[in-house]
Design a protein around this ligand. Structure first.
Ligand code: GLP
Length: 246
């Protein structure tokens, strides 16, 4: 089941998303959070940091597993997702870094890297709340449009449109890695609750396709229609094509 929360703008979206994550931590202090990167969740992370600073949120017993990582980027590369998480959240709250997991982009053997990450996710005991952004082509994590829904952690070849979209974070398009390790669709679907954040007019088209279109691996996020507990928090622009349907 999918519930939609329409918010005024990016700030409003970020606050409401952070409230949902914060409530999860308050209700279950040893929650396992599935975390996401990309520009969309940055505001929510900033709000969570504020919640921690104000003494409302305690991350000391939280475990986190991130969705994905570029293959070949070390932790200290400022474009790696490990670096992103550390910068936006881990270094700013009292989470135990030993309980934070991001796929290791430096394991060259893809099979080994994927197997290892599946083990890690399994050993957490299961994700309580999975935060997701969504790519313009409907990708979740880095699960790109494909002929099948890949179940477990996998090594993906990024599509040109994803490389183009993510180039804004790199010095040049040539610097964007062409491959990534990502949690699989089944792993994402195994989360007890899923929170999707989307903002901006640029996502309006894919929001409609993903949540009201056919369920197809060509739009990976469309599988979320089959999950029992999904909340999509989006701003008015991202919801502009579905406002009469929600
Ligand atoms: C990247 C990440 C995704 C993210 C997507 C959207 O490709 N791998 O997890 O959801 O981008 O990014 P943005 O939030 O910047 O639009």
């Amino acid at each position: 089941m999918i519930r939609f929360i329409c918010t005024k703008d990016y700030d409003d979206m970020s606050r409401k998303a952070a409230n949902i994550i914060g409530a999860q931590i308050v209700a279950k202090p040893d929650s396992v959070l599935g975390l996401a990167t990309g520009s969309t969740p940055i505001g929510a992370y900033a709000r969570l940091v504020e919640g921690y600073e104000q003494g409302d949120l305690d991350f000391s017993r939280v475990t986190s597993v991130n969705l994905d990582e570029y293959r070949g980027l070390p932790h200290d590369n400022d474009q790696s997702y490990y670096y992103f998480m550390n910068y936006h959240l881990f270094s700013k709250v009292n989470i135990d870094v030993n309980n934070t997991y991001v796929p290791d982009g430096m394991i060259a053997d893809a099979d080994e890297a994927c197997k290892k990450y599946d083990e890690i996710v399994k050993n957490t005991g299961g994700v309580d709340l999975q935060l997701l952004g969504m790519g313009h082509n409907g990708h979740i994590g880095f699960n790109e449009p494909s002929d099948v829904f890949v179940k477990g952690t996998n090594c993906v070849n990024l599509t040109q449109s994803t490389i183009d979209a993510n180039a804004r974070f790199f010095a040049s398009k040539e610097d964007v890695p062409t491959q990534a390790y990502t949690m699989g669709i089944q792993t994402i679907m195994n989360a007890k609750k899923i929170l999707v954040v989307v903002n901006g007019e640029g996502k309006a088209d894919i929001v409609k396709k993903a949540f009201f279109g056919d369920i197809t691996p060509q739009v990976p996020a469309s599988i979320l229609q089959l999950h029992p507990d999904v909340i999509v928090v989006g701003d008015e622009a991202a919801f502009s094509q579905i406002k009469d349907m929600i």
